[in-house]
Write a protein that binds this ligand. Structure first.
Ligand code: BTN
Length: 327
């Protein structure tokens, strides 16, 4: 058995929430107690909350719902588009798909239990503890070069909200361009990576991270965050959530590939958490103060700006980080 398979097997055995001694785990999996101790240590470093009690062995501090490929695939079966791969521990699901682009079909998806090098936008790290969230990437090919994917990230934000709504989760909104927010904090993020030539096909890997129940040990997140457990909503089974996300991603991207952003414009503006709110937009060289007015037809951010002479004009922006303006 490969080391990664042994680690998966250890988690599967612990998933019954009972104590298991190192000796018993080692005997069942055909490895030494010392090897089990190493796997446990690595899993703890990956954010899985395992505690040990002298004379009893190891036990998970909180119940875990492991991802199941057959279950997710069967819940997506009727849609019948693309493969679904479930990995245990991977550097980044985006990197995993990017490495195989020539062999991929549109709608192919991979999900992982943990990422060791999860990446966010603007070069940030995406903290990806074991079994605590969804880490999901999907491949799609667009005709018409990079221009064809303008606005795609906004549509992915909508797809995430639709998956959550489908499962009865309320109180979520969108922060331009593609963060999913709840109670003023980030619940999910999107990282789209595109490869291709100007006029030819554009190969996109669309990555989504959705916080479900992050462990208390998570301290290294540099922005206000929330997970589904804290939102007060009933948290769906992790595989059901994964399947809803995959279905909605495929559905939304298919429509976007055919019709562009137009069919999503109204829905996006309705979910905009900064609509009619005073905001600050941080650009590379300056900051802009304005009032949020939704998005334009290409996905640019619209802001009403009051100029020095007291007149108000509307401007559009295509980059930068938006936040609520302090009073
Ligand atoms: C953001 O900064 O808001 C984007 C976060 C995107 C995280 C997801 S998790 C799955 C995929 N793999 C990665 O390495 N990143 C994305």
């Amino acid at each position: 058995m490969k080391k990664t398979d042994t680690k998966t097997a250890v988690v599967k055995m612990l998933a019954d929430n009972q104590f298991h001694s190192g000796q018993q785990l080692g005997y069942t999996l055909g490895v030494s107690r010392a090897a089990i101790a190493k796997h446990i240590k690595h899993l703890q470093e990956l954010g899985l909350d395992i505690h040990s009690v002298q004379g009893k062995g190891y036990r998970l501090s909180n119940p875990i719902q492991l991802l199941s490929q057959p279950r997710i695939a069967s819940l997506c079966e009727r849609q019948g588009q693309g493969n679904i791969e479930v990995l245990n521990i991977i550097d980044s699901t985006n990197d995993h798909l990017k490495a195989q682009i020539p062999e991929l079909n549109m709608g192919d998806v991979c999900l992982a239990e943990a990422q060791t090098k999860g990446r966010g936008r603007h070069g940030r790290t995406w903290v990806s503890p074991y079994g605590a969230s969804l880490y999901c990437s999907m491949y799609w090919r667009f005709e018409g070069g990079f221009q064809a994917v303008n606005g795609l990230s906004l549509v992915i934000g909508l797809a995430i909200v639709s998956a959550l709504k489908e499962l009865g989760i309320s109180g979520v909104g969108l922060k331009w361009p593609n963060d999913v927010y709840c109670q003023g904090k980030k619940l999910a993020g999107v990282l789209i990576e595109a490869e291709g030539q100007m006029e030819s096909d554009c190969h996109c890997v669309i990555g989504v991270g959705l916080n479900i129940g992050l462990p208390e040990s998570v301290v290294a997140i540099d922005q206000p965050w929330i997970d589904l457990q804290q939102t007060g909503n009933e948290v769906p089974e992790r595989n059901v959530l994964a399947a809803a996300l995959v279905r909605q991603l495929r559905h939304h991207v298919q429509i976007f590939a055919e019709f562009g952003l137009a069919p999503f414009h109204v829905a996006w503006c309705e979910l905009d958490i900064y609509r009619d709110s005073p905001v600050r937009l941080l650009l590379a060289d300056r900051q802009i103060l304005g009032v949020g007015k939704g998005i334009d037809e290409t996905g640019g951010l619209l802001l009403d700006i009051t100029y020095a002479d007291g007149t108000v004009g509307q401007e559009r922006f295509y980059g930068g980080e938006i936040s609520v303006r302090p009073a």
